[in-house]
Design a protein around this ligand. Structure first.
Ligand code: 3SL
Length: 236
């Protein structure tokens, strides 16, 4: 039976051998939720980059839309920030466009997971689609939580627990203490996920930036039946 493990922050990745496994990169607030939404809104592909300059360059040289976030805010001079609503509100036309994106934690977590056999993006918005992908693939999987500047966060961990619950018939979800702990947290969170996450430091941070509607959007379950996957240097 394949196993599901959870890496609580990218800083812990050196302790995980991703070779032969699927990495499910998750940044519920908000990078992977926004990227899943971007694909649902018709974006063709996404190039995650670490630096603002690389993002700007892809915009200038290859005509990508540019999305950039630092400390929760849209960086100046870019088309989009990191709100999922940026792909939905019609202010910027996104259908048929490619997007270059840089965020504080999410894009770095993707790059640090590239030794995996496959890298996919997870969010509550595509939770069931991710579970179906992993069942089909049948390989060991690791949820890579983006965390916040190297530290543990609640929302990505709780996502790992929700995934463990969905996969418990087909995957070993009890051998790793990390997965067990995440599953326990999910039991606490699931009756009122948005209410539970009000405790989280990033929700407080977003609230202070008046981005509270983003949290409510990002905790919706199974809005989109799609799984972004890394292929040839981009997410498709
Ligand atoms: O760190 C990230 O990648 C972002 O998701 C953080 S924020 O939600 O845009 O503040």
């Amino acid at each position: 039976m394949p196993s599901l493990d959870i890496c609580f922050t990218p800083e812990l990745l050196p302790l995980y051998d991703l070779r032969g496994r699927v990495a499910v990169v998750v940044d519920i607030l908000r990078a992977t939720s926004s990227m899943v939404t971007a694909f649902a809104a018709g974006v063709t592909h996404i190039v995650p980059v670490s630096e603002l300059d690389d993002c700007r360059r892809l915009g200038l040289e290859q005509g990508h839309l540019t999305a950039a976030e630092r400390d929760g805010r849209q960086a100046e001079g870019f088309d989009l920030g990191n709100s999922p609503f940026g792909y939905l509100d019609g202010v910027v036309a996104v259908r048929g466009r490619a997007v270059a994106i840089t965020t504080t934690n999410g894009t770095t977590a993707i790059h640090r997971s590239l030794s995996a056999d496959a890298v996919i993006l997870g969010a509550f918005l595509n939770l069931e689609a991710v579970a179906a992908f992993l069942r089909r693939t049948g390989k060991d999987a690791v949820v890579v939580c983006a965390g916040w500047k190297g530290k543990f966060n609640l929302e990505d961990t709780v996502f790992g627990g929700a995934l463990a619950e969905l996969l418990q018939a087909d995957f070993d979800v009890t051998s790793s203490d990390a997965t067990l702990a995440a599953h326990h947290l999910w039991q606490q969170a699931k009756p009122d996920l948005a209410g539970y996450l009000l405790q989280s430091s990033h929700v407080r941070r977003l609230n202070s930036l008046e981005a509270n509607q983003d949290m409510e959007f990002c905790v919706q379950l199974n809005e989109y039946n799609l799984v972004p996957i890394w292929h040839d240097g981009r997410l498709v």
